[in-house]
Design a protein around this ligand. Structure first.
Ligand SMILES: [Zn+2]
Length: 341
């Protein structure tokens, strides 16, 4: 099987964005605020939005299953307050759930959490529980910076986040550490803020001892791990200065990197530097980078081509495509096993 662990519903019907715009207008003027029931999207619209887009590309590229979460840049946790985020997260998670019901062989959900700047992360737990228990979701996306580029929350190693980690461990679900839209003009959302956040999350974990408190907690750092694999020597050296264990022992039982690196040399480096056990196949297709690379004639986000061309054994490739995902996402493994896969 080929499992893409990083997909977002970027092609949702336009009614979703129109509703969100009204919700945002309603923050300043309550008379403008829409009710949830005013958003109506039929199953046919959902089917159409997926069949010609993500699912079509998955079939073209030979991807069997995608772990599917709400569009990351639309989470925009910095907008409004907790209630704004709670309503918005519930709507988006339900849509991803419906997609997974319509295409059960090809999509399984991961939740957006209703985070909000300054709010206690424990306030996210009811939505997390609903997504796992009612929707069968297998992971969450955790935003380390709900302020959208101003970094007002404590580091991921702080006890502030522990209520969410306790639930993750209880349910056996990993978190993809994933920021959303930047509202800081210095940071382009997908070109800088995302990659900064990946690197920042990795370094926070390196300088703390979070995984002593949560030995089974699992984080997926997307976009190839930001700068971490490229600067692995720097991070090994910093860990040494800080008297931390070797990174292998300190972090690599708990931290995994995806393959959303959109060129061959990047994947070659990732799979050479990072143990294959810690690399998970992903494309984040129909995401930030949608064009065709003139040097190869293929889409930048057609990441399967890079894995196929990397210097890996068949067994290593199998781990990246399926084995590691089933180990990290234990609820995904259970769902597949229940289908005899
Ligand atoms: Zn993403």
């Amino acid at each position: 099987m080929i499992i893409d662990i990083h997909g977002h519903y970027t092609t949702a019907p336009p009614a979703l964005e129109a509703w969100r715009n009204r919700q945002i207008a309603g923050i300043a003027d309550r008379a403008m605020a829409p009710s949830v029931s005013e958003l109506r999207i039929g199953d046919d619209e959902l089917r159409e939005s997926i069949a010609g887009n993500q699912l079509g590309k998955m079939k073209e590229r030979g991807i069997d299953l995608t772990i599917f979460s709400p569009r990351a840049s639309f989470m925009a946790h910095h907008i409004g307050d907790f209630n704004t985020s709670a309503t918005w997260a519930a709507i988006n998670n339900e849509l991803c759930h419906r997609v997974s019901r319509l295409f059960p062989d090809h999509f399984i959900g991961a939740a957006m959490l209703p985070q909000s700047p300054g709010a206690d992360p424990a306030s996210c737990i009811p939505e997390l529980e609903r997504c796992v228990k009612e929707y069968g979701f297998v992971a969450v996306n955790l935003n380390p910076d709900p302020s959208g580029g101003h970094w007002t929350s404590p580091p991921l190693t702080d006890r502030h986040w522990y209520p969410v980690y306790e639930k993750m461990v209880e349910y056996g679900i990993p978190a993809m550490i994933h920021v959303s839209t930047s509202c800081n003009a210095c940071f382009h959302t997908t070109g800088a803020h995302y990659i900064n956040a990946d690197t920042t999350a990795f370094m926070q974990c390196l300088s703390g001892d979070l995984f002593k408190d949560f030995p089974t907690l699992k984080f997926v750092i997307p976009h190839g791990g930001g700068a971490a694999p490229y600067h692995w020597g720097r991070y090994r050296g910093l860990a040494q200065e800080m008297k931390k264990p070797l990174l292998r022992d300190h972090l690599l039982n708990n931290i995994f990197f995806d393959t959303c690196v959109y060129h061959q040399p990047g994947i070659d480096l990732l799979t050479r530097v990072i143990p294959v056990e810690n690399v998970l196949f992903a494309s984040e297709m129909i995401g930030a980078v949608r064009g065709i690379d003139p040097e190869t004639g293929h889409h930048y986000d057609d990441t399967k081509r890079y894995i196929d061309a990397a210097n890996l054994s068949g067994e290593q490739r199998h781990r990246i495509y399926e084995g590691n995902a089933r180990r990290v996402y234990s609820r995904l493994d259970a769902a597949l096993a229940a289908k005899g896969l």
